[in-house]
Design a protein around this ligand. Structure first.
Ligand code: ZN
Length: 190
């Protein structure tokens, strides 16, 4: 499944390898744009089904995703699991919070679903949101872990694909030192 998933990403142009400046300002050897593969609903369903099978034993009752990146895959994973899909967003400020009107039952079993684990920061923030709303976070899931398996959340986490696409501070980037031109995300490499 891992190779199938990567093939879907490559076919959609959603996995680019080279030298990139990410939106965070960090430099990296790879750039993932999950929206390009998730724009195809059958592909989104294939990836979500694979992920759902890996987390089913955690018995989640609701999926929570951070907007926007986690919305489509969260929705599809929830569909495969037969549970609700809700989301957290940054409305007006910088703090992530549940979209107004969404609630959790006390002790409701929550699975946090993202498209990609990079540093895990938004996943951790979403876990906090879920706990503040009364949920019990039973796990986290993403299509791709691009950290090379270095992240941890204190709860089980599952992915379909493990990649090592390290990120570097711009002034410590080995690719820059080699004089390799950097590509801005969104612009196509030549
Ligand atoms: Zn660089």
């Amino acid at each position: 499944m891992e190779q199938n998933a990567l093939a879907l990403f490559r076919r959609a142009g959603a996995l680019l390898e080279g030298h990139f400046r990410l939106s965070s300002g960090l430099h990296s050897t790879g750039y993932l744009q999950s929206a390009l593969v998730l724009q195809h609903p059958p592909d989104a369903a294939v990836l979500a089904s694979a992920l759902a099978e890996r987390v089913r034993s955690l018995r989640p009752q609701v999926v929570i995703s951070p907007a926007l990146g986690g919305l489509i895959i969260g929705h599809e994973v929830a569909r495969a699991l037969g549970v609700r899909a809700i989301f957290a967003e940054r409305a007006g400020g910088t703090a992530l919070s549940l979209r107004r009107g969404f609630t959790l039952g006390s002790g409701e079993r929550v699975l946090v679903v993202e498209d990609v684990f990079t540093t895990g920061k938004s996943t951790r923030e979403t876990m906090d949101v879920a706990r503040e709303a009364g949920g019990v976070v039973v796990g986290a899931a993403a299509i791709i872990d691009r950290s090379g398996g270095t992240i941890a959340f204190g709860v089980p986490h599952e992915t379909v694909v493990q990649l090592s696409l390290p990120t570097y501070e711009a002034d410590e980037c080995p690719l820059c030192r080699q004089g390799i031109p950097v590509t801005k995300p969104g612009s196509r490499p030549g």
